[in-house]
Design a binder for this molecule. Structure first.
Ligand SMILES: [Zn+2]
Length: 599
């Protein structure tokens, strides 16, 4: 099926659901010369008219936008997340000329996922305005293995590769921008496929071992983890192997639109040999980027290469520069920043001094904005934000309101910071405590005119119907009483405790007056709210016991109750909450409390 045919089938499917009839809306689209340029015109009166677009992806975005304008709501993936109004064909009228605001509006695979989870996200993404999907690594093995491995299945690299082929076909069906790989190049080019962050006992031959970065006096996998190991980039052989690996991969995978070329993960792990120390790692990086570009140009390959401003690469090159900026997209990844404070609240910070393999990364966003400014000064090409709002902190902000607000403000300031969009590195199952932030991300990136309140109201009314006000007040109460800053170690236990006491009273009171849902969508939204609120209450109960010095046994019992409740409900709510991360983060909050870090 072509994207055009898919657009027709989607339009017909929803028009039929809304009206019971078939409309007479013609779809037209051009081929679209520029990969990222999208434009569509909706011209429909009384169920008749047309949607015209600059390329197939824009046509699909136009179809979903039309459906939204006539009353559909795509709050979450799946049937229980879609609000479809019933009205006569004659009432289907919408007129709009749209160029989505941000060029890059993407989702990156992360967390723990089943194939169905990912397919559901790819299907939902363009319905709320996203245009890109990024599959990390070559087979995304780690993310699937976390899901299938936990369920006792022997998950293989082959199975994962088969899943990825299936996902790519769904991405292509929607003409979405397909981003790929990122991690794993440093070892792939010496014959070791690093498909995750696990350690590996591998004996490399001496000629290959000699290419690894030297740390603490020897050339070895950094902390035993191939993925986190740099090469000795001053060695021309290492650079050549890297460039060839990337060019060969691009050539073998013409389906990739944007190929990410990153170095080792982890920090303070760059090669300490005398030759490598002569330049910054970003200089060696840029030399490799230029080498990759010339190989790709020789082979007439137009793939875009995305390079990363991250960890040691935050510091700009001193001697090298990118020769062909059109080949590249710069990706700014401030991984250690806090999500309790938006970009807009901080100015460009002071430069952080580079200490060779001894950097301590702060968590204030301003430090990272300074790095971005430095890079913007030497690279004028395309650039987007690679951020993590819905990766860890979605499990620390129990009301979901502050995180959504910070995300919104960050999106609104991207253009001013010189970034043409946002690629979200995040859990796919990110609709807990509710789906506001994820929904908002798509809507705010696509339409810069929308205010936070407008999107928030749209979300709550769509998801909760007649219970919108109740749900909105409930989440606001959770936000106010269960301190996000405490969960981030930015506030003391003493400061957080009065809020926790209030939460203990309010949550039970609010749950007792939960209204009857209007329909299936509201029922599902309220069920998620109940599950989130009960989990939050269990967590708060443990924290209160800890903060007030209760005996170890009482704390342990409350903690066991908390875990049991969440894990009993996990399968029921799995499309919305990532159990792997939720357990990891909440266990971390509770465990840290025991040793007093949070106090
Ligand atoms: Zn070296």
């Amino acid at each position: 099926m072509t994207t055009r045919e898919f657009c027709e089938s989607e339009l017909n499917k929803y028009v039929k659901k809304i009206t019971g009839e078939t409309g007479a809306i013609e779809l037209y689209c051009a081929d679209g010369a520029d990969l990222f340029e999208e434009r569509y015109v909706i011209n429909v009166t009384g169920g008749k008219g047309s949607i015209t677009a600059s390329r197939p992806r824009a046509l699909l975005l136009g179809v979903y936008d039309f459906l939204r304008r006539v009353g559909c709501g795509f709050l979450r993936p799946g049937d229980k997340g879609e609000r479809i109004p019933r009205k006569p064909l004659g009432k289907l009228t919408a007129h709009a000329e749209v160029v989505p605001s941000a060029r890059h509006r993407g989702i990156t695979i992360e967390g723990s996922v089943s194939l169905e989870n990912v397919l559901a996200i790819v299907d939902w993404a363009p319905k709320v305005g996203f245009n890109s999907y990024f599959i990390q690594f070559r087979t995304a093995f780690e993310f699937f293995d976390r899901w299938y491995g936990k369920r006792g299945e022997k998950f293989t690299e082959e199975k994962s590769a088969e899943f990825v082929r299936r996902i790519i076909s769904e991405i292509k069906l929607r003409d979405m921008v397909y981003h790929a790989v990122g991690h794993g190049w440093t070892t792939a080019c010496i014959g070791v496929q690093a498909n995750g962050w696990k350690g590996a006992e591998l004996a490399l031959p001496d000629d290959k071992k000699g290419l690894l970065a030297e740390t603490d006096g020897s050339r070895k996998f950094f902390n035993g983890i191939p993925l986190n190991t740099h090469l000795c980039y001053s060695n021309p052989e290492a650079r050549k192997l890297m460039a060839e690996e990337v060019a060969n991969y691009a050539q073998a995978h013409p389906e990739i639109d944007v190929l990410h070329f990153w170095l080792a993960d982890d920090s303070n792990n760059v090669c300490e040999c005398a030759e490598c120390r002569k330049k910054r790692i970003s200089d060696w990086y840029v030399m490799m980027l230029n080498e990759i570009d010339s190989l790709l140009s020789e082979r007439n390959l137009s793939v875009k290469i995305c390079f990363l401003v991250y960890l040691d690469l935050y510091w700009v090159p001193k001697s090298e520069s990118i020769k062909n900026p059109d080949r590249f997209i710069m990706m700014f990844a401030p991984i250690f920043r806090t999500y309790t404070t938006p970009y807009s609240d901080v100015c460009n910070g002071k430069p952080l001094e580079y200490e060779y393999n001894k950097v301590k990364y702060p968590n204030d966003a301003s430090t990272y904005l300074r790095f971005l400014r430095d890079w913007k000064n030497i690279f004028a090409g395309e650039c987007f934000d690679f951020d993590y709002h819905l990766m860890w902190d979605i499990n620390r902000d129990f009301g979901g309101e502050r995180l959504a607000q910070v995300l919104f403000e960050d999106i609104r300031v991207l253009e001013k910071l010189g970034m043409q969009g946002y690629m979200s590195c995040q859990l796919q199952r990110a609709f807990y405590p509710n789906g506001l932030a994820f929904y908002l991300m798509g809507r705010a990136l696509a339409d810069s005119e929308l205010s936070f309140d407008a999107i928030r109201n749209e979300y709550y009314e769509g998801a909760f119907g007649g219970a919108a006000e109740y749900a909105s007040d409930f989440y606001k109460m959770l936000e106010r009483t269960v301190s996000f800053k405490f969960m981030k170690e930015e506030e003391s236990g003493d400061a957080a405790l009065p809020g926790f006491y209030e939460a203990q009273k309010q949550i039970e009171k609010e749950l007792a007056r939960m209204p009857e849902p209007d329909d299936e969508i509201c029922a599902e939204s309220l069920a998620i709210l109940r599950f989130a609120a009960e989990n939050t209450l269990n967590i708060v109960n443990v924290l209160v016991l800890q903060l007030t010095g209760a005996d170890e046994n009482s704390v342990k019992k409350a903690d066991e109750k908390r875990k049991k409740f969440f894990n009993d409900g996990e399968l029921r709510f799995q499309p919305y909450v990532d159990d792997f991360y939720q357990n990891m983060i909440v266990d971390g909050i509770i465990a840290a409390k025991k040793v007093g870090i949070y106090a």
